[in-house]
Design a protein around this ligand. Sequence first.
Ligand SMILES: [Zn+2]
Length: 137
Amino acid sequence: MDNYQQKHCQQCGKELTGRTDKRFCDSYCRNTFNNQNKSEGEKVIAETHIILRRNRKILRQLSPMGKATVRKEVLDTLGYDYRFFTGIYRSRQGKYYYVCYDFAFSPINDDRGVKKVIIVQRQSYFDQYIPALWGKS
Ligand SMILES: [Zn+2]
């Protein structure tokens, strides 16, 4: 592309003044253009990232001391999305922990059958676990 021919903002079409290699009038137009022209793959990545960040924020918010047991409805109310996590860990007792960056939760039913989650901080030994996706080796 010939920069000298580009005299209008690629986003809003306004005539550009100043540097001949400018493509946008300002950072607002540049950001808007780049967001609208993201590939489908980039959009999926960005949307997933938003969900994971929200999940992490909820876990962090609910476990200010790094560990907590909370009713499932509390997570539901805050908009927790259980479909998305960044890792998985299975304890020796067979309890699954769904990791979200530096936090993790494990679903439990208490002795009265109330659905709860145990929230913990991600432990380094979580990362040693490799899921047996093809059965025990
Ligand atoms: Zn513009």
